[in-house]
Design a protein around this ligand. Sequence first.
Ligand code: C2E
Ligand code: CA
Ligand code: CA
Ligand code: CA
Length: 279
Amino acid sequence: AKRTPGLSVQAYRNAGHQGHERLLKIEHKLGDAVLDGKIVPFFQPMVDSQTLQVAGVECLARWQDEDMGTIYPDEFIPLAEATGLIVDLGYQILDKALEVGSRLNANEGVEVYFSVNISPIQLFEEAFVGNVEQLIKHHQFPVHLLKLEVTESLFMGGDIQARETLMRLRKLGVQIALDDFGTGYAALAVLRDACLDVLKIDKSFVSAMTPGNLDQILVKQIVEMAHAMNLKVVAEGVETQEHQDFLQSIGCDYSQGYLWSRPVAEATFCGWLRDKMGA
Ligand code: C2E
Ligand code: CA
Ligand code: CA
Ligand code: CA
């Protein structure tokens, strides 16, 4: 049935109005939230696609606000980038990730890698590599278990500074993962020229896979290509057992998605991990 134009315009206006107010609130509160450490990482496991053992975890920022509830990164990361707050926020997330990581890896005798998202603005900060090194030392985190996730927008414009920074990070022993692979433009040139260890296939391909469809074919080809370049592959957006079975059959390295777990708070994650590891 056709809705009356008057009604839908009104509905649109209401929605737009609410959205705008929420954005203004977020804008107004973000500075204090960063200052007060209100934004913390949640944790989502990555599972070895072959053995089905927990292999790693991605740290995803969540902002818990008294009035607004949980605020998701898509609502504040772009704003944090535009205002420069991402630099402080980024260190806070990394600091917390390494703290939790050290505790789990040292005390519980597990070995899981920790993957942290890094925005281009952080990488272009002069002191970034030195500060990362200091945080790793401070927490005595096993450096080979740290992965930093970057997106290919970092390489746009053919800037060599980004590449150099990644090379310095890898010299420390940190691994670099290319996030959201398949959604950008310069994909193949980036794969060839950047210093990468891991490729993450974007969830839009993975979660759309059905038997014999184009997404399945693409994912299979990407895994093959990545392996030919000596890269490990993470498939994100693994939502069904069918996705998982296919990824296992094509030799994908790691799986991440709602099939295994949503991103959860620290305490929940640590409990979940203890359970899985039978500790
Ligand atoms: P991303 O790095 O691509 O992270 C994956 C996103 O997919 C996460 O959304 C995660 O919750 C979601 N996801 C995980 N499994 C599934 C699944 O099976 N199905 C579907 N449909 N989605 C799944 P989230 O946590 O809302 O984060 C959104 C984006 O915000 C991230 O995308 C990342 O680009 C950015 N972000 C998050 N935390 C940080 C951070 O600490 N620093 C920076 N710079 N960016 C961050
Ligand atoms: Ca990511
Ligand atoms: Ca991603
Ligand atoms: Ca993304």
